[in-house]
Design a protein around this ligand. Structure first.
Ligand code: C2E
Ligand code: MG
Ligand code: MG
Length: 781
């Protein structure tokens, strides 16, 4: 490649240009020694030619001059090679260059011998000799172009002048030729000079690149070795090739064990995706827990991987960078624990308690599942602390916390607010406020019992203590965690005022609740008489055919001021005040009559095979229940095999013997028996076998999450399979989506009820539904 001067300047820095100049001088020095001998030999020939001629003496003088210039050169050479480190010294350059110039002048002076030469051949020999030297010098001195030009000029100009003025036309022509020859030599020198410079530039740039590469390799090596981060390389077969010290430190293994490790065999598969990402030319990332392959250390790591390439951009493996953040995670977990747990007793603190109460409130708003907050304060704790010291006080608190935890269920929360104040959150108390209050009271009693037992705190005498408990029950969607804590706190103070070792409910709330109960109870007494009760019907649909094949009768109360009241509120009150008996009879009578009317009058009446009526256990327990049912069957004319009486699972389990007896009587009449809300109680397989039931109704809480929750799905599948073994019909309750329905079909569940077909509706609306049928609405879809 040929460079122009501009190119050199562009490529090289000032320092590098100086370095190149030194290199040029060096080249000249290298050439200089050989030419010393050549020139001395040439000088001897000149002496030989002119020996025994009139020029002998001047030639000998000339020889002396030549010798001086050559010795000068040898001296320059000698000092140069003796002190090579100083070759960049300008003096070296000058020494040799001036010796060259001197030599050129001396040799140029040979031209003057031409005048005096007697023969033409001697003249030609001299011309030949000088042009020859010029030719060689144009090459040897080309590394420094200026020197070459001056050298050639000093050598040839005298010759040109002498020849030009020496003779006739031929000599003049020869002079002109020598000038042309001079120009050609200069041009050749120039070309050689450019080539030398180009070669030197390449050499310098290459040296520079090599140095930079060495340097960056050195940097990389330092980073790799010293990085406070684990780094390792592996090939495309996922075999580890190299790793740094930090990596070995993280894994606590030696380099020998690390190198050659096969990442295909990681026992903890969480890294697989990240370490093989390079094979697709992608970066990989993982953050999370990791169990090491060899030492089984439990770490928390972040891992980043990237592909590595060869010179042809082919992926040859990957590099992984690992940070062990276990300590950070431990600290984080510890901090989180400290933020949510009480330091003394290690039970939840106020923050976590409030969070849990809010969660339970959300559950209450969605499913009406009640919760209670118990506020507890140890009686006379302050005097224990003051008289026996803080240490004993602390021990008492720790022991109290343990006892509280021991009486609560797993889903409940025992928290310490500070001092001797504890709070217990009771979840899932059911939907009946009365029952929920009773359950909360039972827990409070248990707490009183367990805390009144003597505490052994390492003193001679055990400590006897008691507690005051305030309870608040959620009773409104508007209630917050703060409200419930405030209510319970108020109730606790009430309890303390009333003599300690007692439990009090938050009165205002209880008052409101009791007022509402009394209000509803009074209203309910006249509801039947005033025609305010109504039976709604929810279609029962066959899963496979999607045909409506029956209905469930569900009670509604059209209250004159409160609007529509749902059975959840009616039934518990009615059960308590005994009104459930006339109401239940009325529902049964009403539903059977309606069913018979559909069978006889409705165009699709013949397809209605089943009427389900819910019966309360109080109703069921009545001695004359079976005869009442028989009467209603006779009066209404309903086919007994089409009537199905529903009892909830929890009720059946409680009064097993009596219920079984009555069920058997009903069964002999041909009436079907259904176990409602199946799954919410604790019926065992053996109890199922004992009961003369014909149908299981899977509670809607299992159907709700059947798609997302694999446990629920498995449970439903098992219930269906189990029912088929016991030859029972299965009805899935609360089916709200087509997806849930598809699942049930897949599990071979025979029937369903739910909003996906219809909510419970009035008689007239049910008739429209029956007319159009569910399958037809699906066809429209
Ligand atoms: P149940 O017998 O399990 O009745 C099913 C309940 O689920 C009904 O509530 C119904 O409206 C509701 N439901 C049906 N499909 C869906 C659905 O897809 N999604 C949702 N979220 N809910 C659905 P309802 O009418 O409020 O009745 C509640 C409970 O009251 C009944 O539960 C039953 O145990 C009782 N009950 C109703 N009527 C009477 C009655 O006349 N006598 C007695 N003793 N109890 C009754
Ligand atoms: Mg039911
Ligand atoms: Mg049910």
């Amino acid at each position: 490649m040929i460079f122009r001067k501009k190119d050199f300047l562009l490529q090289l820095s000032e320092e590098e240009n100086a370095h190149m100049h030194q290199e040029q001088v060096k080249i000249m020095y290298k050439q200089a020694l050989a030419s010393v001998f050549a020139l001395f030999f040439g000088a001897l020939i000149v002496v030989y030619i002119f020996a025994s001629t009139p020029l002998e003496k001047p030639v000998l003088v000339w020889l002396a001059a030549v010798s001086i210039t050559l010795i000068w050169r040898l001296w320059a050479l000698n000092s140069y090679y003796t002190y090579p480190d100083s070759y960049d010294n300008k003096i070296f350059e000058k020494r040799l260059v001036y010796a060259m110039y001197a030599s050129a002048i001396v040799w140029g002076s040979v031209a003057f011998f031409i005048f005096k030469s007697s023969s033409l051949s001697q003249q030609f020999f001299l011309i030949f000799l000088l042009t020859g030297i010029a030719s060689v010098a144009s090459g040897t001195l080309a590394s420094l172009l200026k020197v070459a030009m001056i050298f050639l000029a000093l050598l040839l100009v005298p010759l040109v002048v002498v020849i030009f003025f020496h003779g006739g036309f031929e000599f003049k022509m020869m002079g002109i030729f020598i000038v042309i020859y001079y120009l050609l030599l200069i041009s050749a020198s120039k070309r050689i000079n450019i080539n030398i410079k180009s070669a030197l530039t390449s050499k310098i740039l290459h040296e520079k690149a090599t140095k930079e590469l060495d340097l960056s390799e050195e940097h990389f090596e330092t980073i790799f070795k010293e990085a406070p981060t684990g780094i390792f390389f592996y090939n495309n077969d996922l075999i580890v090739l190299n790793s740094n010290a930090e990596m070995l430190n993280i894994l606590k293994i030696s380099q020998e064990r690390m190198v050659g490790l096969d990442l295909n065999n990681l026992p903890d598969p969480c890294l697989n995706e990240a370490v093989s990402a390079h094979q697709r030319g992608e970066k990989g990332f993982y953050e999370g827990p990791y169990t090491t392959m060899i030492n089984k250390l439990q770490l928390w790591i972040t891992l980043k991987t990237s592909p590595i390439y060869d010179a042809n951009r082919t992926i040859i493996g990957g590099v992984a960078i690992i940070n062990d953040i276990s300590e950070r995670m431990i600290v984080q977990e510890k901090m989180q624990h400290q933020a949510y747990f009480d330091a003394l007793t290690d039970i939840p603190n106020r923050l976590l308690l409030e969070d849990r109460i809010e969660q339970s409130l959300a559950q209450y708003r969605r499913h009406r599942n009640l919760l209670a907050v118990l506020f507890l304060d140890l009686d006379h704790f302050k005097s224990v602390n003051d008289s026996l010291g803080h240490h004993i006080g602390d021990t008492l608190l720790i022991e109290t916390a343990k006892r509280l935890v021991s009486v609560c269920r797993e889903g409940d929360t025992v928290a310490r607010l500070g001092g001797d104040e504890f709070v217990i959150l009771l979840n899932e108390l059911g939907t009946d406020p009365h029952l929920a209050a009773t359950r909360a009271e039972v827990v409070a009693e248990k707490i009183h019992d367990i805390l009144s037992k003597a505490f052994d705190v390492g003193l001679n005498e055990p400590i006897i203590t008691s507690s005051s408990i305030g309870i608040s029950l959620v009773s409104s969607d508007e209630h917050t965690a703060d409200d419930l804590l405030k209510f319970a706190d108020t109730a606790m103070y009430q309890a303390k005022k009333e003599g300690r070792h007692t439990t009090r409910f938050y009165q205002e709330q209880m008052d409101q609740w009791i007022k509402k109960q009394i209000f509803l109870e009074n209203g309910l007494r006249n509801a039947i008489k005033n025609g305010e009760l109504e039976v709604y019907y929810q279609p029962l649909v066959e899963v496979k055919s999607k045909n409506i094949v029956g209905a469930e009768a569900l009670l509604r109360w059209n209250h004159p001021t409160m609007g529509l009241v749902m059975p959840d509120e009616i039934i518990s009150i009615a059960e308590e005040c005994g009104l459930i008996i006339p109401i239940g009879d009325w529902v049964l009578q009403e539903a059977c009559a309606q069913f018979v009317s559909w069978k006889n009058k409705h165009s699709r009446g013949s397809e209605m095979k089943r009427l389900a009526v819910n019966v309360s256990v109080i109703q069921f327990r009545q001695n004359d229940f079976v005869s009442k049912v028989t009467d209603i069957i006779t009066q209404t004319g309903i086919e007994p095999s089409m009537l199905e009486i529903e009892l909830t699972e929890s009720v059946i389990i409680e009064k097993m013997d009596m219920i079984i007896e009555k069920m058997k009587q009903l069964k002999t009449l041909g009436i079907g028996m259904s176990m409602d809300d199946f799954g919410t109680g604790y019926s065992s397989l053996s109890s199922l076998k004992q009961l003369p039931i014909s149908t299981l109704k899977i509670d809607r809480s299992f159907i709700r999450d059947i798609i997302e929750n694999s446990d629920d799905a498995a449970l439903v599948e098992t219930i269906v399979a189990m029912a088929s073994i016991f030859k029972l019909d299965v009805i899935a309750e609360g089916v709200e989506t087509m997806d849930q329905l598809k699942f049930l079909e897949y599990f071979n569940c025979r029937y369903f009820q739910g909003y996906v077909c219809s909510k419970p509706v009035k008689v007239e609306e049910f008739e429209v539904l029956l007319e159009t049928n569910f399958i037809s609405s699906l066809e429209i879809l």
